[in-house]
Write a protein that binds this ligand. Structure first.
Ligand code: NIG
Length: 387
């Protein structure tokens, strides 16, 4: 197994509570894992060595919410929204039609391009949802392709009831044959619990069917109004509830006394001109937060976790430390990847060598230089993906 020493690290953010942040540090990668972390002056020899030149090194981003595999373009819908038309869930069908018409090869190529773009921006763990197929064959195809481009696949057959399909029939399909076909590829089941999509009772039915099939639970909740999605996610012990733009005091209290992660999606908040998720209020209440890109063609066509982290600091009022935690360990918790040999989001000896080197001396530059692509190199499982 070959080893690589990264030395002269000006600032090493580990996100590990015991190690914290180190200065003038070095790190050794052996195979896919971190073998050593410590002062640069005491670094052991390795097969290869690279100088970080005093720059900042930190864990790769854990992007816990994307809809990465799709076809088509919704820039016209976006332009209309910027001219004042509000976001409505109905736009999803535009992407469903384009996705059904695309070949496997087209979907895979597009998904790989977006994955590469995300990795160039420092993302090393990424979730992808189905939800642009909405029939058994298309959802299964999306799950299969997603499994090729993402680390974690989430089944979102309950994204919308397709036009012309009876509601009850569709729920039976989503919780029956579609679930059976997609479950082998998926780790989670998700539901869009919102006016215009699925109400809380329908959402509960979907989630319970997923749980019975062995899947973890996720909810798109409280994006466009107080949908009941947060209460449902907490009631069922979901791993995360995502969007969380419209929250009552009871929602915040429920989240604070649960292990459900609240995932904020800054790209969607800006692109839909929706009320910003109250991240400061959630953090003050002690809720565990994740930040994700929500890369999708309708509400957030970005793979840039750096943009989302910077926005969470500049617009949502999180401190940089809170935002970094949300984009690494928070995302890992939302994906059930906090502990064990598959754990993501921290740098520690024995853990995955998933890391990014910034073209900056400090992580402070992430929000200080918004819009500037600062990731100079990414290592995923010990392999450097960008020179
Ligand atoms: O997470 N809110 C629901 N689903 C996606 C958007 C889907 C779309 O408009 O294509 C989201 O924002």
């Amino acid at each position: 197994m070959s080893s690589e020493l990264i030395t002269d690290i000006g600032e090493l953010t580990t996100q590990d509570p015991e190690l914290g942040t180190l200065h003038d540090a070095a790190l050794v990668i052996e195979g896919a894992r971190v073998a050593w972390i410590g002062p640069a002056s005491r670094a052991p020899a390795a097969d290869a060595s690279v100088s970080a030149g005093g720059r900042a090194l930190l864990p790769g981003w854990v992007d816990s919410h994307t809809h990465l595999v799709f076809a088509g373009d919704r820039s016209a819908e976006f332009a209309e929204r910027m001219a004042g038309r509000p976001y409505a869930a109905g736009g999803i069908m535009t992407t469903v039609d384009a996705t059904r018409a695309a070949s496997d090869e087209q979907l895979l190529a597009h998904g790989r391009r977006l994955r590469a773009e995300a990795e160039d921006g420092g993302t090393t763990t990424l979730e992808a949802k189905t939800g642009y197929g909405l029939d058994v064959e298309s959802e299964t195809r999306l799950a299969r392709v997603s499994a090729e481009v993402a680390d974690v696949v989430t089944y979102l057959g309950a994204h919308l009831v397709p036009a012309g399909v009876d509601r009850r029939d569709y729920l039976d399909l989503v919780t029956g044959p579609m679930l059976a076909a997609v479950a082998p590829y998926a780790r989670f089941i998700d539901v869009f619990c919102e006016t215009g999509a699925f109400d809380p009772d329908e959402s509960r039915e979907v989630l319970l069917a997923g749980r019975a099939a062995g899947l973890g639970l996720k909810v798109h909740g409280n994006q466009l109004g107080e949908s009941g999605g947060v209460a449902l996610a907490v009631e069922l012990g979901a791993a995360s509830v995502d969007h969380v733009n419209h929250l009552s005091d009871a929602d915040v209290e429920a989240l604070a006394s649960s292990s459900t992660v609240a995932t904020i999606l800054p790209g969607a908040d800006l692109s839909t001109r929706e009320r910003l998720a109250p991240a400061r209020r959630l953090a003050d209440a002690g809720v565990t937060l994740a930040i994700a890109s929500n890369c999708n063609p309708g509400t957030s066509f970005t793979t840039s976790m750096q943009f989302c982290v910077a926005t969470a600091v500049l617009q949502h009022g999180l401190s940089l430390e809170e935002a970094l935690a949300a984009a690494t360990t928070g995302g890992a918790q939302a994906l059930g990847l906090s502990t064990g040999t598959d754990a993501a989001g921290t740098l520690r000896v024995g853990g995955f060598a998933d890391l990014q080197l910034l073209d900056a001396p400090s992580v402070t530059h992430l929000p200080y230089r918004p819009g500037v692509p600062l990731t100079r190199a990414t290592w995923r499982r010990g392999i450097r993906s960008r020179a």
